[in-house]
Ligand binder design. Sequence first.
Ligand code: MTE
Ligand code: MO
Length: 438
Amino acid sequence: MTDKKRGIHELYGDDPVAADKAVWGRQTNPVTRRGFLKGSGLMAMSAAVGASIPFAHLMPGGLIPAALAQSEKPFTIPGKEGLIVLNDRPVNAEAPAHLLDDRITPAERLFVRNNGIPPVADNIEVDPWELTIGGESVEQEMTLSVADLKAKFRHHTYQLQLECGGNGRSEFVPPASGNQWTTGAIGCPQWTGVRLRDVLEHVGIKDDAVYVAYYGADTHVSGDPNKVPISRGVPLDKALEDESLIAWAMNGEDIPHMNGYPLRLVIAGWPGSVAGKWLRKIVVRNQVHDGPKMTGTSYRVPCESVAPGTVVPDEEMCIIESMPVKSLVTYPKSGIEHDIAAKLAIRGHAWAGDREVVEVHVSIDFGATWTKATLEKPANRFAWQHWQASVEFPETGYYEVWARATDDTGRAQPMVLPGWNPKGYLNNACHRIAVQAV
Ligand SMILES: Nc1nc2c(c(=O)[nH]1)N[C@H]1C(S)=C(S)[C@@H](COP(=O)(O)O)O[C@H]1N2
Ligand SMILES: [Mo]
């Protein structure tokens, strides 16, 4: 063992993402054959070849393992073709920006963020699937089947954005541990279900209720049945909004297994981590919920901004609420060649958590000048908004197209990385794509 390799084990122990970064550089790359050209994560590579790689530290960066070069098997999650797999235990996969071009995100392109091991797909039966509503602030605990939910309450369909709080994490310096999301942990499908509010009113909640949280059917990666991978919640006001749903359908079909089949919460505009998948239990609390990933540094940022790398005491960390204003360029794909004689049509989406986006601008000169894009209204509150613009390149050469959205409070996306925080949340820096004008 070289000193470097030994050091990595001592430093990072069982944290595969941190170890990957140390061995292979900042970016944990996709588990695709193409990804290996760029040097994939050590854990992911081991999983892909089916064994640990003792001499991994001697492998040239970017080498395609022969086992894979000879295999025809693509490394994809069934039903999620095209997504870039960041990690496989638990499974985490994101969409490259150009695959998010649809106005309504198709099931295939919706990212997957698992904190634990999902219930086995073949063992899930919808009929006996039950949801219990309990906690110290319900009048009386109640259990409802999916059929009860469908029969007893009015159905609602909304297009709602879902974005992981850690989307964009890969850019933070000093780096933050966790999934190294680039820009693809966002999607905006259409969800159908019943209002959380209607169900809570039916069950009856006490006057002291302040928080509503979830438990899912997934299990802890350690295999310990007494451990819960994640259980988060939102203040009562957010839970009672019209668009806060207990959903059984996405884009008119069953929710995909990896996205929470057969039942999940959708609470839009806040970190995706409040939207419980494989929903088994809802608890109404008389205090801020204290489940796993609600406390410490999880889904929290320093209440006051800090210098990069600062160690922040837990009591100075605040729970993330609305996600910040953000946008994506979804067409064209980054890296294209474009004929200088023609204008280039560009488009994408913009969103701002609980708020609305009022303007999107684009720049082809590294932010020196900006052109206003055409921006549509959202399909409904908490849906992303589509924008388009057209640009002309003055001469041949390398350009970047930058997009910048502004919300209805006047806040715009920063052009460089926003406030550093220990876990790398809320990176809403402008999205950039490369264009070669030829
Ligand atoms: N039961 C359960 N719910 C969960 C999670 C999980 O690991 N288990 N992950 C959360 C996180 S961190 C995010 S960002 C979203 C991701 O939803 P998706 O995988 O459908 O994209 O689900 C949330 N709900
Ligand atoms: Mo997340």
